[in-house]
Design a protein around this ligand. Structure first.
Ligand code: MG
Length: 255
């Protein structure tokens, strides 16, 4: 006969594990950051998706294929990326770009394509990133037949959580991210009242469902939350690879 005083906590634990919440809230499932041993998400073929996805009424179009008027460098000077065939293209060494205005809770749509032909391997192949509030990265990478650590592949919440599945399309093909982001909440002294939460659809497939971030995303370390403003720019990464972006729009969400 098991000790009845143990039954309730055991039942709650099983409930949480069964719902996935305990795993999502633990230290990245217990895996060391960037572990090559961490299981790779299964590769699946994404369903056909009609791209570009038109911006809904009321959405703010951050890039419509014509100009970078919504964007600047991180130091506030003009964005150095080039525009070609209705896309913005990362220019190596020109630096990342960010929106001129800040956003908090948002739904964000981004379309991107890896360079074709593919060059390099692992993290050195089609690397870029979509940073909510300039510090919470949804990884952009060519993960089509390209092995890397699970928490750094395409659609990973970088350095923390791999996507549930790998639905990457081939180099040169347009892909989509639909991100719902809830910013972290802090009290007036900087104590975290609620972590940032991220839901991501990659090529229309749900790969993160309201995952609680452990803190800002970083390479080679896991940083704690540091209190920041309620609205900060969305940024895109220059990782030295000519990744293309197009059709970027955002809808601020009510808290
Ligand atoms: Mg990146």
């Amino acid at each position: 006969m098991p000790n009845p005083r143990l039954l309730l906590p055991v039942a709650i634990t099983l409930l949480l594990v069964g719902s996935g919440r305990l795993v999502a809230q633990g230290p990245a499932g217990g895996w060391p950051q960037h572990s090559m041993e961490r299981p790779k998400p299964p590769v699946e073929r994404a369903p056909a998706q009609r791209l570009p996805v038109p911006a809904p009424a009321g959405a703010i179009v951050l890039f419509d294929g014509h100009d970078l008027s919504w964007w600047e460098k991180w130091d506030g000077t003009p964005a150095g990326w080039r525009i070609a065939d209705g896309a913005m293209v990362v220019v190596k060494g020109s630096g990342g770009i960010q929106t001129r205005v800040g956003f908090g809770d948002v739904r964000l749509h981004v379309e991107w394509a890896s360079p074709k032909p593919a060059v390099g391997a692992g993290q050195d192949r089609g690397n870029s990133g979509v940073f909510l509030m300039g510090r919470y990265e949804v990884q952009v990478l060519d993960s089509y037949g390209n092995d890397t650590y699970a928490d750094g592949q395409a659609a990973a919440l970088y350095g923390q959580f791999p996507p549930r599945v790998n639905v990457s399309r081939a180099p040169g093909e347009w892909q989509s991210y639909d991100i719902e982001f809830r910013r972290p909440r802090f009290d007036s002294t900087g104590v975290v009242l609620a972590p940032a939460r991220v839901t991501v659809r990659h090529n229309g497939v749900l790969v993160h469902d309201a995952v609680a971030l452990l803190g800002p995303t970083s390479n080679g370390r896991r940083d704690p939350y540091v209190m920041h403003a309620d609205q900060l720019p969305i940024s895109l990464q220059d990782h030295g690879h000519p990744v293309r972006f197009r059709n970027i729009w955002v809808q601020p969400l009510a808290p």
